[in-house]
Design a protein. Structure first.
Length: 759
């Protein structure tokens, strides 16, 4: 039996694999350098079978507990390949590492290097340490989304109605305080109101206010602690709410991208196959095909309102299987399904917390549900026959359940059975598996390169000070680099190269293709009615159908054009960095430099490399970028004209109803009237996007010119500092002693970081 060893470090995203002590062959699919475990682990049994020509293996895994459980899940579900399994646990828990890194960074800021205590580095570290983790809650009408959020909060905060009542984006950020505060914004992101004590009535009023677009709340999310990762619950408007079309785009954009956000997709088991679910789930299916297991893990499908099923008449298992088949028909394979009863869970939590607002009828209803959940195994939504959970999570849930039974606490026992507790544990598992490990990686990245560059600079000083024969050559090198750096001709040549950069052509090409596709879809929809005579009911139905179509077309166009602009910005960034690299390379001395080389690029390497990090780039330039986008999307008069199109549509719809004494409306005229304004709008949208792409290119170029000017100043300062190490012998002795002391400090810090990153 062949022995397979896998060591996976999620903090470094490094994998070590051996088979019988030897690494995989060069062409092996097990060469997974730089890939997360979850991206390839599901293929492990088949890869081993194909490459090793065997069906039995002894597998040893060394890694974190969440990763170990993913490996264990894969090998247990393998029917063709059999495994003997052994696990080597990590030396520390994930949360402990966050604390250790915080201590290290504090020591870095108070260390002997002023350059390691600058504002940019502090900001990057703070960003990595305090970044929020969003859990987006998505549902179509009547799925019980607001009630589920209230159950997770343990209080009635979000307004809940039978119709699609969520018309704003609400973000609830955990800060462990019992009183909820809120800041309210309009669609232009202008603050319009503040509330220090948010209640259900206030939320209802805000939700009904057409001027409100976003509400940002801070308060307690009980099932998490505000520790190393701050959770944010995001209540997202459903696709069938058209008060703010931008929200439609936000929802689809969040689903479409294989991002860091977790998505709770709530379905009503009794109302599957509605059009809006179809559209959203198609987007989900496409997202889950990218990024391996993590993309699948980030979608939790909550099947709500199962407590309304009648025992003996309806089957919970049948409902879940029906939902699973429905999702699989959409291309969503092996969905993470969680049965739930949000309303009873909320009532139980309110009763336990002694909510005085509960009526006697509410309490009576809750008591009946408690009996139903505790007495009937079919309504144990935490059961392993309904949901699959890793052993550690299953153990935590069983402990909660056993404690409740032991103490005779029928309410907490029923709460587990409602499915809310397993859902909370699943959310926490995802955060531990992905958000916390990614956070550690990002935190280290904020100072790792800077430390290494600082070490290289100190080593260079030491080499210069200790090599008297080379000091004159070093000074000549420095003089030559300084001369080139100050040369106006070189500077103008660089500026000319920057001015030539234009990456907007792909945006123009996508604009053309997007228009062609949009016109094709509009034409197809128009042809469907062009030969028809439409009744009042027909017109009303087609209006709703066409509105969905135009909204989907616009959303897809904006996503496509937005992605292309992001790609263009990245391409522009890469081109500008390449030009500046060439400039730095051209500054190097051309004559015989001896054994010690002054490399301008290495001297500013860490400051320079930060510009290649997309997250740091985004944070540094996001205000400028956001202002530009807002001006185009929200304040451009022609953009307002499109929203005016939707406002005009409603009176126009009423005018159609005035034809009630006529037998029919000509379908061709109806379609031309409906789509005419929309065609004009998407043409303006595409033209505006193309113009905006050019503006963004220029903005990025100017921003990078400013940054490169800063780097020139840093380079000049370091060159001047190196000159001191080519001076008198008496001065060099003191400088060398100080350098050795600083190098030892760096060694200690880097050793501590390496220990934290080890598993």
């Amino acid at each position: 039996m062949k022995e397979v060893f896998i060591k996976y470090n999620p903090y470094k995203v490094e994998t070590e694999i051996t088979i019988n002590g030897n690494p995989p062959k060069e062409n092996s699919a097990l060469n997974v350098k730089g890939r997360r475990l979850q991206e390839w682990i599901e293929d492990l049994p088949q890869i081993l079978r194909n490459e090793e020509n065997s069906n039995e293996f002894k597998l040893t895994f060394h890694g974190t507990i969440p990763d170990h459980e993913d490996v264990l899940s894969v090998i247990k579900s393998s029917s063709d390949v059999k495994f003997e399994y052994n696990n080597i646990p990590p030396k520390e828990k994930i949360a402990e590492k966050i604390g250790l890194l915080d201590d290290i960074f504090h020591d870095i800021l108070n260390g002997p290097f002023n350059e390691l205590n600058d504002d940019a580095m502090k900001h990057a570290f703070e960003l990595a340490m305090t970044s929020d983790f969003e859990v987006n809650v998505v549902a179509t009408m009547s799925a019980g989304k607001s009630t589920l959020i209230n159950a997770l909060l343990g209080r009635k905060l979000m307004p809940s109605k039978q119709e699609a009542c969520t018309a704003v984006i609400t973000k609830i950020r955990d800060n462990d305080t019992s009183q909820y505060s809120a800041v309210v914004y309009d669609k232009n992101n202008n603050e319009i109101e503040r509330q220090n004590n948010v209640t259900l009535d206030i939320m209802g009023r805000l939700n009904n206010n057409p001027d409100v677009s976003t509400i940002k709340i801070e308060g307690d999310i009980p099932f998490v602690t505000n520790g190393d990762v701050t959770l944010v619950l995001v209540d997202t408007p459903g696709p069938n709410n058209s008060r703010d079309p931008a929200h439609h785009e936000t929802t689809h954009g969040m689903l479409a991208k294989s991002s860091k956000t977790l998505v709770l997709y709530i379905l009503n088991a009794g109302q599957l196959s509605v059009n809006d679910d179809n559209t959203l789930l198609n987007t989900v299916a496409n997202s889950m095909k990218i990024g391996g297991k993590q993309s699948k893990d980030r979608f939790l499908f909550v099947i709500n309102k199962l407590d309304e099923y009648r025992q003996g008449e309806d089957s919970i298992e049948s409902a879940l299987q029906k939902t699973r088949s429905y999702l699989e028909d959409k291309g969503i394979e092996n969905p993470n399904i969680y049965p739930a009863a949000a309303l009873p869970a909320l009532d139980i939590i309110r009763f336990i917390s002694k909510d005085n607002a509960m009526s006697e009828d509410d309490i009576d209803e809750m008591e009946m549900k408690v009996k139903k959940f505790n007495r009937n195994e079919e309504f144990h939504f935490d059961s392993s026959k309904y949901i699959t959970l890793p052993p550690s999570v299953r153990g935590e849930i069983n402990n909660v359940l056993e404690k409740a039974k032991k103490e005779g606490d029928k309410y907490r026992e029923a709460l587990v059975h409602t499915g809310i507790v397993p859902l909370e544990k699943a959310i926490d598992l995802y955060v531990s598996k992905y958000a916390r490990t990614a956070k550690i990686k990002n935190v280290v990245a904020t100072f790792e390169k800077k430390l290494e560059e600082t070490r290289s600079f100190e080593n260079l000083k030491e080499n210069i000070a200790g090599n008297k024969e080379e000091q004159e050559k070093v000074r000549c090198q420095i003089d030559e680099v300084e001369k080139k750096l100050a040369d106006g001709k070189n500077a103008q040549k660089y500026k000319d190269e920057v001015n030539k950069v234009d990456m907007t052509k792909p945006v123009s090409e996508l604009k053309r293709k997007s228009m062609q596709e949009a016109v094709k879809r509009i034409t197809k929809a128009s042809e469907e009615v062009s030969e028809k005579k439409l009744s009042k009911t027909d017109v009303d139905n087609y209006c709703h159908s066409f509105e969905r179509l135009t909204r989907d077309i616009e959303t897809e166009m904006k996503e496509g054009l937005g992605d292309k602009i992001t790609e263009m910005v990245n391409d522009t960034t890469e081109k500008l960095i390449a030009i500046y690299r060439e400039k730095l390379a051209s500054l190097s001395a051309e004559h015989d430099v001896g054994s010690i080389t002054i490399n301008p690029l290495e001297l500013v390497g860490a400051d320079f490399s930060g510009m290649e990090n997309p997250e740091i780039l985004y944070e540094k330039y996001k205000e400028t970028y956001k202002e530009e986008t807002g001006s185009h999307k929200e304040k451009n008069p022609e953009r307002k004209g499109f929203f005016g199109f939707f406002k005009i549509w409603k009176p126009w719809k009423v005018n159609v109803i005035d034809y009630e004494d006529r037998e029919a409306v000509d379908g061709s005229k109806f379609a031309d009237s409906y789509f005419g304004t929309f065609r004009e709008h998407i043409e303006k949208l595409c033209d505006g996007t193309e113009k905006y792409a050019k503006e963004v290119t220029e903005s990025v170029k100017r921003s990078f010119e400013e940054k490169f000017s800063e780097l020139d100043s840093i380079l000049a300062k370091k060159l001047e500092e190196l000159k001191a190490y080519t001076g008198s012998a008496e001065n060099l002795k003191a400088l060398l002693a100080e350098t050795e002391k600083r190098l030892q400090w760096l060694t200690d810090i880097q050793s501590r970081i390496a220990a934290v990153l080890d598993i």
